[in-house]
Ligand binder design. Structure first.
Ligand SMILES: Nc1ncnc2c1ncn2[C@@H]1O[C@H](COP(=O)(O)OP(=O)(O)OP(=O)(O)O)[C@@H](O)[C@H]1O
Ligand SMILES: [Mg+2]
Length: 308
């Protein structure tokens, strides 16, 4: 099976009962998520990310369009046992300890006590929560609750893990740990679908992305293809020169110096001239490669219509 998730021309509108107006949350959205990959859904607030996740989970039925998840049509109950879900604002019973809550959710998922006990210990340590603590969930910090939510989402050993803003509320160390967990899920053969506002997180973990704005996909594909700027190279030299701007500027698209290195963005056919000029300036050639913009550049370019 190639695509674990396939959405074709999905449209979802919500009707406001008071105002009798329709609000379009997603329109004509199509996407494919390959098995054993990490897919990121990006977009500004209100773009339709959570609604898309709910359509995939079968919690919201689309007005039109088709799709399938793990080989079954959208909304099939039999796929639910193979999906792990971390909601945007997870809610748990506050009076339970982490272990009690894992037991509760595990039993709901139809797992036996022994399996839950084994998995729960491994998962709580995977997300960095204490084992055997008497602290109840109501006393957890936001970051601890988010970690618990991730452990809970993995309890049924799902093939597909769906996460709505997994790093929400976490400090930088916590965010890095979550990235490592997401990558380790892929290494264990799972497929991960996440929504995020953290562009650097998406750039460092995702294989493919879809950027949505006002419910429509405005860019999607493999991250490498989206970020590579065709026909433009990046030449990096070790060393700095006061004359670098003056010498490189007539040939280059952009020149900048940072931490003892000089970076030159240049059209591929002018790379040789840049290397020669760099030598004349006394700089040492370090690397020559395709120029990649950052995901933040791409996002701003698309969502704010800003040119970089
Ligand atoms: N149950 C609902 N009833 C009415 N409107 C809804 C409902 N769910 C979502 N919407 C509307 O659909 C649009 C998309 O919402 P959604 O929650 O999918 O966005 P999002 O991209 O997840 O935003 P955020 O980044 O803020 O989480 C918004 O305009 C929202 O108000
Ligand atoms: Mg959302």
């Amino acid at each position: 099976m190639d695509n674990v998730i396939l959405l074709e021309n999905i449209r979802k509108t919500f009707r406001s009962p008071m105002l009798r107006i329709k609000r379009t949350a997603i329109s004509d959205l199509s996407l494919g998520v390959r098995e054993n990959s990490i897919f990121g859904l990006l977009g500004p607030n209100g773009a339709g990310k959570t609604t898309t996740l709910k359509v995939i989970l079968g919690l919201v039925s689309p007005d039109s369009g088709t799709g399938n998840v793990l080989g079954k049509p959208l909304g099939s109950k039999s796929t639910r046992a193979r999906i792990g879900f971390l909601p945007e604002q997870p809610y748990f019973y506050g009076f339970m300890t982490a272990e009690k809550a894992m037991m509760f959710y595990g039993h709901l998922a139809g797992l036996d006590t022994e399996t839950i006990r084994n998995r729960s210990e491994k998962l709580l340590s995977l997300v960095g929560l204490p084992i055997g603590s008497h602290l109840t969930l109501e006393k957890y910090s936001k970051g601890m609750l988010q970690r618990f939510g991730i452990a809970q989402a993995l309890l049924n050993d799902p093939d597909l893990v769906i996460m709505d803003e997994p790093s929400s509320g976490l400090d930088p160390v916590g965010q890095k740990e979550i990235r490592e967990i997401i990558i380790s899920l892929k290494e264990r053969g799972k497929t991960v679908f996440l929504s995020s506002h953290q562009l650097s997180e998406v750039e460092s973990v995702c294989d493919s992305v879809s950027i949505i704005n006002s419910g429509r996909a405005v860019a999607q594909g493999q991250l490498d293809d989206l970020l590579e700027v065709k026909g433009v190279s990046l030449v990096t030299f070790t060393g700095e020169s006061e004359r670098a701007q003056k010498v490189f500027s007539p040939l280059a698209r952009k020149v900048h110096t940072e931490n003892g290195k000089t970076h030159v963005e240049v059209d591929a056919d002018k790379v040789y001239e840049i290397i020669t000029s760099g030598k004349e300036l006394g700089l040492y050639l370090q690397t020559v490669g395709p120029f990649r913009k950052t995901l933040e550049d791409l996002f701003m370019e698309i969502v704010r219509g800003q040119e970089i």
